[in-house]
Design a binder for this molecule. Sequence first.
Ligand code: SAM
Length: 326
Amino acid sequence: EEVQTSDDIVRGTNDDATVSRLSATDLGYFQDPFVKLFVKKPTRRSPIINRGTFVRSYVIDSIVSQFLTMPGPKKQIVALGAGFDTRYFNIKAGILNYNGNELSQNLAKYFEVDFSEITMKKAMMIKKRKELYSLLGVEEQGKLGRGGMDLLGKDYSLLGGDLRNWPDIAKRLLDAGLDLELPVLFLSECVFIYISPEESNAILRWITDQVKNAMFILYEQIKPDDAFGKMMIRNLKSRNIELKGIRAYPDLMHQEKRFKDLGWQNVKAVDINTIHDKYLDRSEIARMSKLEILDELEEWQLLSAHYCVALAVRSSDFVQEFNAVQ
Ligand code: SAM
């Protein structure tokens, strides 16, 4: 057995996210025909986890869809710590759409960044499966770069590297065609929490300085200090997983402040309870309760109070869209 480094453990959280996504799609919470390609050992998750996975995917997909259907120039998306995220493929296949409207025609380019160990596996899977590579929009299935750690397609770039070394990542994003004049939506879905606040803020500062029309979606754990939060931290600690960012941004207001301090005016952070109870269509909730019974309502609410979605908008061009989302 090889010794697991703390980076290996962080990379392992990607498998958790992917297995959970497959569990929820297998049960019919939402559609994603691609996620199964990335899971070796499917495991059925609890109703609470499945519902959480659905709400997380629903809210982020909604913002992504609205971003891609905004008028104006073509849009770019940069997924930080993308793992085996299949959103690009779902957009290209029209599975993720907006009231039936294609989103891909408005997509200039989709960038994904993760550790090379992850991107290499993802690139290999994409090259192997026609249902994936045929969506890349190039005949030659995308070009592998840097010994198979990168995959460069026409509207898709998969880049292997360490977010903690942002100058290197930023340079490679620019080399891969990130256009600072076009709108960019950045995603950090359970990612910033694993790097230090200094490291994540270096990324946010670069975006603030370099990208004129930027939007940011941040999804991660909050509230480490109440009883449930302490249990959550303890459980993760027993698996050697450390939530490095949670102390600096323990609550919704801190998550908003981190963007406001950088001059982002339009920022809103809510927890998953708010999304579930206020924003989600009632019909979706009725549909979910037919898929699986959720008896542990109290536990669901506790868990959901510990996950935050922050949406931050830097350009006034986006204000209208932002208001629609909140
Ligand atoms: N965003 C994906 C999702 O929601 O399904 C994956 C989430 S997973 C919990 C966290 C991901 O962040 C992993 O794939 C991990 O490798 C990546 N990650 C964490 N720290 C990173 C770093 N310093 N550089 C690059 N990727 C990192």
